[in-house]
Write a protein that binds this ligand. Structure first.
Ligand SMILES: [Mg+2]
Length: 261
């Protein structure tokens, strides 16, 4: 795997963007556009990202965010960027660029199981570490000592063990936490829906950092360009790798250049 300076994959892809009447730029939020923060509500994009996205949006590019966060959180962190299509809660909630909301309905039985996961956290006094979202309950340990994080992880895995076996639910491990959530949709489903609305020739890239982005990467192999954005390389289905923020910004500047011509 090569970084942007050496890879031929990215320049070849950008040539397609240059030639196409329109393109789609799919972006994860946390860890991709924004550095992690102990306070999740302070996780703003890297300096320089917002103006670039704002201009790219006006240059033949469908800008689409695919995130595990609720839509309203990403909207506020991306402000003043507006009219962006957002897939929130790993694809469970969908906001079109024109502001139309298209939420997916949750099975009551699965919702009940998620409520139980939340009640267990409450009974253990763990709600300060919890994030309750559409279709999932997460526990975060970013900022805690290694020992404390490990203890919290073990305790939660035990507490949720029977719930996590329920069909239709899965346990997601991500950088800095754990989430019990609906099996589907995942980010791969969101990518598949997006592809379904594009012509087969439209160039599509998806940039993400985390394990939950791998479902999206796999959907894009042989159809578009999946890109891992991460300081350190790891095993991935992505076909290119960018280190944030420098190489990410460089990539967005190149996207802007080719889509402006
Ligand atoms: Mg991420």
């Amino acid at each position: 795997m090569q970084t942007i300076q050496h890879s031929e994959i990215i320049p070849a892809f950008l040539e397609k963007v240059k030639a196409a009447p329109s393109s789609a730029l799919l972006l994860d939020y946390d860890g991709t556009l924004a550095p992690f923060q102990i306070d999740r509500h302070q996780a703003y994009p890297y300096p320089g990202i917002l103006p670039l996205l704002e201009t790219i949006q006006r240059r033949r590019t469908n800008l689409i965010i695919i995130t595990g966060r609720p839509i309203h959180e990403v909207q506020s962190l991306l402000s003043p960027l507006s009219n962006v299509e957002i897939w929130g809660a790993h694809g469970l909630d969908h906001l079109l660029a024109d502001g139309t909301r298209q939420p997916v309905k949750i099975d009551p039985e699965l919702q009940n199981a998620l409520n139980q996961a939340e009640q267990w956290l409450e009974a253990q006094d763990l709600l300060p570490h919890a994030e309750i979202k559409s279709g999932g309950v997460a526990v975060h340990w970013r900022g805690l000592s290694d020992d404390h994080a490990q203890a919290l992880r073990t305790q939660t895995l035990q507490g949720w063990s029977s719930l996590s076996l329920q069909e239709g639910l899965k346990l997601l491990q991500f950088d800095g936490g754990l989430e019990l959530r609906l099996n589907r949709p995942d980010k791969g489903d969101a990518v598949a829906s997006i592809l379904g609305n594009l012509s087969p020739e439209t160039p599509v890239a998806f940039l993400g950092d985390d394990l939950t982005d791998e479902d999206g990467f796999r959907r894009l192999v042989n159809r578009g360009l999946p890109i891992l954005v991460r300081e350190e390389y790891r095993e991935t289905a992505a076909q290119a790798w960018l280190r944030p923020p420098h190489e990410l910004i460089q990539f967005l500047e190149q996207w802007l250049t080719v889509s402006s011509s």
